[in-house]
Structure formats: C-alpha cells, structure tokens
Write a new protein. Sequence first.
Length: 593
Amino acid sequence: MVKGWACGRGRRLAVPRLPGQREGKRPGLGIVLAALGLVWLWALAGPAAAARIAVSLDRNPVPLNESFTLTFSADELPDGDPDFAPLERDFEILGQAQSNRFSLSNGRASRRVEWQLTVMARRAGQVEIPPIAFGADRSEPFAVTIVPAAGQPREAGEGEILVEVDAEPKNPYVQAQVIYTVRVLSRVPFGEARISSPQVENALIEKLDDGPSHAGLSTRHGTQYRVTELRYAVFPQKSGRLRIEPMRLEVQLGGSGRALFGPFFGRATRTQRLSSEAVELEVRPIPAAFAGRHWLPAEGLELEDSWVGQPLQITSGEPITRNLILKAKGATVGLLPELNSRALPPTGAIKQYPDQPVLNEEKRQDGLLASRQEKTAFIVAQPGTYRLPALEVPWWNTRTDRMEVARLPERLLTVLPSATHPPPAEAVPSASKASAPAEPPPAVASEAPPRPAGPWFWLALGLGAGWLATGLAWWFSRRSPPPHPAPAGTVSERSLVMAVERACRADDPLAARQALWAWAARQWPDSPTGGAEELKRLGDGELGRELERLDRALYGRDAQPWQGEALWLKFRAQVAAGAAGDTAAELEPLYKS
C-alpha cells in the first residue's frame, strides 16, 4: 500500500516507501541524497549502448607533405582506448592529444571526449581513414583528398616557404672544391625547422658554418622573401657524373584553426615538408697538362719560409730553425704535400731535425683554407756558405684552369766559425760543384794550424759531445717507429682518411704511416701510445698485419717495394664499420640553441 504526505493546499504526493521505513514516517535526509546520487550516476552512465564516434578534419582537401588535424570525438565514453595503428599505413602520426570536457546545463549532464591527431599523408589521391577501434566501439570510415604537392612554386611566387640549392662550379676537377649553397626563403614566420645534410656518394663534405646566416631579402617573381643560407664545401673523389641528392626541410607554420586547448594556448601549428631539386655535376679527371708528382687543385696557393734566430747566419755547432708554411685556398689539408723532404738533400755536413707537421683547416664562407707548417732545425759542424736549393710545389689553379708552380728561391746559409775555429780560407764552393743540380755539396773550409788547447777548446768539446749524443738519439729513433702525436690544429676526420687513401694509392709507405698515426691520435687522444696500439688491434688483427707489413717496408733490412692497396681496403672497411654505428639524427635543427 502506498501512502502520501501533504504538500501545498491539502494535496498529497505519493512516494514509494523505502525498505525499512515505517508507515507514516518521512524518509531521512541521507536516504534521499543517496537516491538522488543513484539517479545522477545513472544519468552519467547512460544506457548500455555503443558510443557514436565522429571523425572530422580541419580542412579537406589537404596538400601532400603538409600536416593536418584529424579529430575523433564522442559524447559518451567509448568502451576502451583507441588503437590508431591502422592509420600508419597511409598516414604518418606526428603528434596526438586528448581532451575530456564535462558540462551541466539545466540539470542535464553531458560530456565530450576528443582525440586530436596531427598527421601527414604518405601519398596523394583519395585516401580513406579506416575505422578505428575504441574497445568494442568503432569510428566510421572517412575519406580525405590529398592533392599532389605542387613542388617549388617559384614561377608563381605563391609558396610560403621555398628551398633553393646551387653548386659552383658545375664541372669541377676531381678533389677540387665545389661550394654548395642551400637557401631557405620564407614570406611568413615559422617556428622550429629541421633540415637534412647533403647526401652524395664519392665525395668529401665539409660544413662551412656552425649555423645558418641571414642573407637579407630577395624577390622571386614579384614576391619578397627573407633568405637564410647554409654553405658546404664538396670535394668529389671520383671523376664522372656526381649527383647531390635533394635537401629536405621540415618547418612548423602557424595554422588558421584553434589550438587543442582553446585560445589561451595560441593558434594551432601545422608541419610542412619541402624538398629542393637535385644537383648534378660533371667531374673532370686530372688534366694531362698537369706535370706535378702530387695532384693539388686549389683556388690559390702560398709558400713561404721564415727563420728562428739570426736570418741565414749562424755559428758552427749552433742550431737554426727553418719554418716552412704552405697555404691552399679551396683545398683539403690531405692534399698538401710534404715540404721538408724536398727542402734539402741529405749531406754529411748539415744535420736536419724535422718536427711534427702542424695541419690546419679553416672554414670560411668562401670555402676551406688548408695550411701545412713544417719546422726543421739545422746544425752545421763546419764553417762555410751552404746553398739550400729552391723549393717548388706544382699545383693546378682552378680559377685560371692552368698549372702553376709555387716557388721559394734558393737560400745561402752562412756558417761562421766558433771561437775554436779560424776563419775559412774559401767560403763558397767551387762553381763546378755548385752547378750540380742533384746534390749541391757544401763548401769545405781550409784548415788552420793547430792551436794549443785552452778552456774554450774543452767547452767546445763538451758541446760537440752533447750534439753528437742528440744526433745518435735521433738516428736510433728513426730505426723504430715511435707513435706519432696528433697533428696540431683542427683537421677533420674525413681529411685524415683521405690522406690515408692518397698515400696508399700512391704506394708511399712513409706518408701512409704518418697519415694513419695522425688518424689514430685523433681517435684516441688520451692514449699513452698516441693511438698506435689501438689502431693495430682494429679489424680482428687484419689491419694490424697490414701495419706490420708497412713497418717492414719502412724499417726492415730486406725491404721490398710496398703496395698500399691492401692496407687501404682494410682501413676503409674499419672506418665504414665505425661510421655505421653512429646514431646521428637524419634531420638536424636549422637553428641551434
């Protein structure tokens, strides 16, 4: 039996009697609230029916290589979390976010759940967005039109962002410098940007700047753009056709739609990808007109020398140091030849003590500037005048397209007698001996009558014994291969590898050993042996065996002619294996913080 209680003007409102309620008693406040909570939960949960999931786009059609926003929305909580894996076949998912909104209006509760995905189509055409599973619930399929990318709209001047590339010269010589310039032109502001590195086979590539430089404004078919430049130096290592693959740029542009979390967080952004054109070069081989021993193409070459101490005048038994510097514009340091080996033929009267060469590469906007500095100390025991022959370095001028020779004239070194020696009777060699081009022998001064030994004699004898000990130590050091320290200056690893290849292909054992130890010293700068032991252990011992053959060719008693091809192949395989382990990003930031 249902009883009611009075309400208003004697009207009675019938309510059900709750369990445990005695007749005639009003329900407690807690019980009423509990009942209302049950009704509220029932309103939120809704009927046990499948959730309807809608699909929408921020725009349609969409250009290829440009991102767009794909939104899945539902007025009820779906059965489970979404599985967006089917999208990966035709779309690249760049980012995703979820929002959950709840509202109460006129006593009616509602909610809306959204998943927003930033995607980019992998192909053009009519592409279907497949049904996405949300547990037992599924979205409806949806079609989007992806229009082909129009490429670089340079003629129309309609592109927001353009990528241009240029290479000069188009027909370089092998191992000569090519300036590869990348220009990013924009007529709208953009945010984060990432760009690829130049991809080209059989070439050495050096980036000429740490970051992009602003080249001001430029006009393309009536439209003004802000220009940003990147410059690279490319050195082809093989003649024939050379292709530089297109550069790829990915930028974030401001979108026209709303942001995911409303206007407080700014406008939405979209990602745009662009590609430049490919560049093809016709690389010329070494010209037949080049008569030098070592191929050296450059835009300019300078050869100079300087002396430490009194210029070209010393006392017998005292050292003097000659500093030779070779600078090449538009060349790598690996192409610069040795200088000391050409400066003075070995003689018995002059002792030479060469120092380690100082190698350096300076990166400029107009290309590389490579330099090689060699210091040699000379010690002459006998007074007289000695001729240091002229030094010549043949090179190919890539600007004038002809062979030139950088030359230092011969130098006359005057050696004065010490306190224990009289002035020489004849200071200059005879004309017949001085005219010999192969080995100009030094003049031999006439001997003076012996003098009684004094304190200066014994002092000179002690100094002579010291210099003799130094000479013996240097001679024995040449008999065993000491580890070479790393060359001073800044030299890229690629340049050192190229120097190894050049020496091995020329079958030059001394140059190959110096280049290998310079590379090892760069790889293991903290090694007590300068990287020598680490180098020999590479390649499961195969590289070590080739290095032993190299040492035998240099220092063995029964040395045989050395062939460097096998050593180069083992070394190249080891360098390639090390490069394969690198995990560098495919795209690097255009602007580095």
